[in-house]
Design a protein around this ligand. Structure first.
Ligand code: COA
Length: 158
């Protein structure tokens, strides 16, 4: 299994570079909320081969995965990060992971369902709304699919 560690201060330039290159910047807008992913806790896989940022709040009994990227696909990096996050949370008594993805992200829909996540909600037009806050969100997404909607995925362990 690929090693996964919590990020440290030295990772900050790399974290910001990944967010800029793959997410158009450090601000991520999901379900109407803007997250500064560059300032969130994060997990780093291998030798900077994968990055996950996540949000925890005292008043929410779950973690929200804000971004996940495997810089080298299909090598087990994404799986290692998800399982490391689940283990880290289990140690704190948190058994639920939530995330929001866009309707065009077919590969992620497959990936997450294969890893025990289920579709919890479909927010029609939510990406169009998010684009008002973050205009750089592309109109056309993966496979040329128009990017309009949010899909919420949830995994409950234990
Ligand atoms: C979605 C994403 C995180 C998946 O990460 P990944 O590292 O490619 O995922 P894994 O390698 O763990 O698993 C993907 C597949 O590769 C397979 N795989 C893993 N290691 C492998 C290897 N050495 N050889 C062949 N296949 C392998 C896995 O078994 C899995 O297939 P399965 O679902 O049939 O079991 C990645 O595609 C990504 O960064 N996407 C862009 C950003 C994104 O959409 N993020 C999610 C929304 S937040």
């Amino acid at each position: 299994m690929i090693p996964v560690r919590s990020r440290n201060p030295d990772d900050q330039p790399w974290v910001e570079g990944v967010l800029l290159r793959l997410w158009g910047g450090r601000i991520i807008v999901v379900h109407g909320e803007a997250y500064d992913a560059g300032g969130l806790p994060a997990l780093v896989a291998g030798d900077c081969q994968g990055l996950a940022t996540f949000a925890l709040a005292d008043d929410r009994p779950y973690v929200e995965l804000i971004t996940l990227n495997a810089l080298v696909p299909r090598q087990g990096i994404g799986t290692a990060v998800v399982e490391a996050l689940a283990a880290k949370l289990a140690a704190r008594g948190i058994g639920e992971i939530r995330l929001t993805m866009t309707n065009d992200n077919i590969d992620a829909l497959r990936f997450y369902q294969r890893r025990g996540f289920r579709i919890a909600a479909l927010r029609r037009g939510a990406v169009d709304e998010a684009r008002r806050i973050k205009p750089s969100i592309p109109v056309i997404g993966n496979y040329g699919i128009p990017r309009h909607d949010e899909i919420e995925m949830v995994r409950v362990s234990g």
